[in-house]
Design a protein around this ligand. Sequence first.
Ligand code: EPU
Length: 355
Amino acid sequence: MLVEKNVPLQSSNTFGINAKALHLVRVKSEADIAAVMQDPALQAAPKFVLGGGSNIVLTGDVKPLVLKVEIMGKRLVQETVKAWIVEAGAGEDWHELVAWTLQNGYPGLENLALIPGTVGASPVQNIGAYGVELQDRFESLDAVDLTTGKTFTLIAAQCAFGYRDSVFKHASKPGEASGAQALGLKDKALITRVRFLLPKAWKPVLGYADIDKKRLQRKVDVPDALQIYEWVCEIRRAKLPDWKVIGNAGSFFKNPTVSPEQCEDIIQRDPKIVHYQLADGSVKLAAGWLIDACGWKGKSIGNAGVYDKQALVLVNRGGSANPVTGGEVMTLAKAIQTSVYERFGLRLEPEPVVV
Ligand code: EPU
């Protein structure tokens, strides 16, 4: 195990922000993390787990020990009459896993194509797109407790999945147990492997406006998994910037959920607001629409900009030569939050982790 010093992170975060890890260990296997946990100084150090860097804003050099997860491997671990169970190392690229499952005849992840990031990060924010969330295809995961070094396995119910949320985004309260018993695992666990349950009774997940538009255009009544995969790739490429060309962290804010009464109040202010009824009676509002309505699309503060085709995405307008800073991103984010609050009385909650 090698502890690297002053490692540049510009190519390890999708915003392309220029910052360094003061100390970094590449975790390529469970043995690497065991070695970290057996070293008394490293074991005691605060730690930051880095995957694909697709959901972070770096506001300066990272002082905690960075554990860069590079555990690889994709395999079918079990086939039953009803389903395939596929396992992937946490360091695998998410989109490559989706493509691999389809190539091997295991459909189910197609709606989640082209989401940037690694497999290990996918349960942390319960990634979702076009009507499917990770939790709908999740079987279990293996992780290492960063306090004790012990490994543990979590099933879906223990991950407390919610909209862009899980047990890995919440801090435990002092005195709580660690590992699988903990209520909050923020900064306390390193996910090593994730398993997905892909039912053989596959049905396309439709009903999302952009996908239905493709069905009409292509005159396909019931698409197969590969068609959905291709459509999702086309939709995302048309609407979302490729971080390799224009740095970004995907949707910057979550879509807020409000009560039907609050929604009525907002509709009074602007009848055109895009909203969706949820099963529990609450209403989800399109944050991109709210930001757009406040006139932010295409605007910038310093090198931080609002993408001109999707107002929910903040972008790095300085490229790699003169990259945006985390401070500029957060200044723009705060200005947007203030506008949306003043006009609609709603507080937008950022999606990425601010480091
Ligand atoms: N809209 C506008 N102006 C904008 C942006 C959006 O009017 O500038 C409107 C759109 O016309 C549409 C509605 O807002 O009617 C929703 O937009 P879109 O379909 O693009 O989806 P979204 O709600 O903005 C969410 C996820 C995306 C995911 C898509 C598809 C969140 C925070 N974002 O975006 O996830 O790909 O749905 O399922 O839930 C991500 O998390 O990084 C991400 C990209």
